[in-house]
Design a binder for this molecule. Structure first.
Ligand code: SF4
Ligand code: SF4
Length: 461
């Protein structure tokens, strides 16, 4: 195996690029061991959620929807409209601070245990590859071999399954954006009826197929910006997969050597091709494959497991446990404040969002009696799933109001409606070219005040 034999090589050479700049295909050993079993369970749960979530509904609405096109978002059954941007920004901010705090404390645990890229790559696509093309060395031989019937059916079946799963991921991703019903409609009614939807589905699925069949570890080591943040986030107390050099060095099998027998099994197991013995590296996705590989060797040579294990630089050097430092406390404080604000805002969110605008292009009119009239539009959005009765009344007794369709209107759950209304004011009550007026919108048990500037002729008093 052509690993980077000299420790310093890893600073100047990439494990998946040849010296003349070509892609070097990686053939990681098939993982097995207690950490791998745990990851299989976690992956099973997370991927079940990923595929099942678009199927869940609450009162006829999706449980989770990220409809960027119509700017409608449903997070765990709670509907957010374009007017709720503040909640979505806050939710995004909380997510990023959480990710940062999590990374400071636990390193790239997200990458190894929860990132869809790693889960699909290592737990789905890679497993299909092992099942059809054999272990790492059999795959290598198959790729070097000239084409024959055996190679053709193995490659054909593998890529057929890769495409089928990429299509399943692409359709699920689409269902998160447009909802399951719309996604089904795009599929059943075909490309002629939904050309843009069909192109989007095809683009999603093609990107997934390309990532999992070709890009692979490059998505984590070069493309993903989260991985690049590691250098700025990790501290000596950050928890990650680490090699215990105090125990392992000097490497070798001779008398007096450390516990590392320099077998390179940890390197051969690594899906990003790195040597964990070179220390914490940006390319490590914390997949735990090297822990299982090294534990297996330790058992065989009769030494304690854990030469490669979860730990922190500090815990390796001083034999201490990872602890909370000022940076972790700081992030925790910021996160707590953000979550607190979010909860308060959510608890006090009004059930109906309402805005009044003047009908564009319409000037004020004068009635036969000489009163001034203006036409307005009341846009209302019901943020709840229940029907709500609405009434709009002026706050001043000299203001006349006529709502098209009657005095009380029922707004259905999640409904958005434009209500037109006429406001009439006698000239003697006008304050100038514009007169500030206010109205009370009664929506179920809630009331809110809405203001307008009523336009009229110039009045000199
Ligand atoms: S170094 Fe170990 S934990 Fe990191 S990516 Fe490689 S095998 Fe996974
Ligand atoms: S698997 Fe363990 S013993 Fe073998 S080279 Fe890696 S760290 Fe050393």
């Amino acid at each position: 195996m052509d690993f980077l034999e000299h420790a310093e090589d890893y600073r100047s050479l990439l494990p998946n690029v040849t010296e003349d700049g070509k892609r070097k295909w990686l053939y990681p050993l098939k993982p097995s061991g207690k950490w791998h079993k745990r990851r299989v369970w976690v992956t099973g749960i997370l991927l079940s959620f990923f595929f099942a979530m678009p199927l869940f509904r609450v009162n006829g609405e999706p449980f989770f929807l990220l409809n960027f096109l119509e700017r409608k978002f449903i997070l765990f059954g709670v509907i957010f409209w374009p007017q709720d941007t503040i909640y979505l920004l806050l939710a995004a901010l909380i997510f990023f601070v959480f990710i940062i705090l999590f990374t400071v404390a636990f390193g790239r645990i997200w990458c190894g245990w929860a990132c869809p890229q790693t889960l699909f790559m290592e737990m789905v696509f890679r497993k299909i590859e092992y099942a059809i093309e054999g272990n790492a060395s059999q795959q290598k031989l198959l790729n070097k071999r000239s084409w024959d019937v055996d190679k053709a059916w193995r490659k054909g079946l593998k890529h057929f399954l890769f495409i089928a799963i990429s299509l399943a991921i692409g359709h699920t991703a689409m269902a998160y954006i447009v909802g399951m019903d719309e996604m089904k409609r795009i599929v059943w009614e075909g490309p002629a009826a939904h050309l843009s939807g069909f192109i989007a589905l095809l683009a999603f699925s093609s990107v997934f197929y390309l990532v999992f069949s070709q890009l692979r570890e490059i998505a984590c080591t070069i493309i993903c910006p989260y991985g690049r943040l590691q250098g700025a986030l990790i501290t000596p107390d950050t928890f990650h997969v680490i090699y215990d050099e105090s125990r392992g060095e000097p490497r070798g099998k001779k008398e007096g050597s450390g516990d590392c027998v320099n077998c390179f099994k940890c390197v051969a197991s690594c899906p990003t091709g790195i040597d964990i013995r070179n220390g914490i590296q940006l390319d490590c996705v914390n997949c735990t494959a090297c822990i299982d590989a090294c534990d297996d060797i330790m058992r065989k040579v009769g030494k304690p497991e854990g030469l490669v294990r979860y730990g922190s630089q500090q815990s390796i050097t001083h034999g201490t446990k990872p602890k909370m430092d000022a940076r972790k406390w700081g992030y925790t404080g910021v996160l707590s404040v953000l979550v607190g604000i979010f909860v308060v805002l959510l608890a006090t969110r009004s059930a109906v969002e309402a805005t009044i605008t003047k009908i564009p292009g319409k000037l004020y009119t004068t009635t036969q009696e000489g009163n001034i009239q203006n036409l307005y539009k009341l846009q209302v959005i019901n943020k709840t799933r229940d029907s709500i009765p609405l009434t709009l009344n002026p706050d001043d007794s000299f203001v006349g109001l006529e709502l098209a369709g009657g005095g009380t209107q029922w707004l259905g759950g999640s409904e958005k409606r434009d209500l037109i209304f006429m406001v009439t004011v006698a000239p003697k009550d006008l304050k100038g070219h514009t007169t500030p007026l206010s109205f009370t919108l009664q929506a179920g048990g809630e009331s809110q005040h809405l203001a307008i500037d009523f336009a009229g002729p110039m009045v000199f008093k």
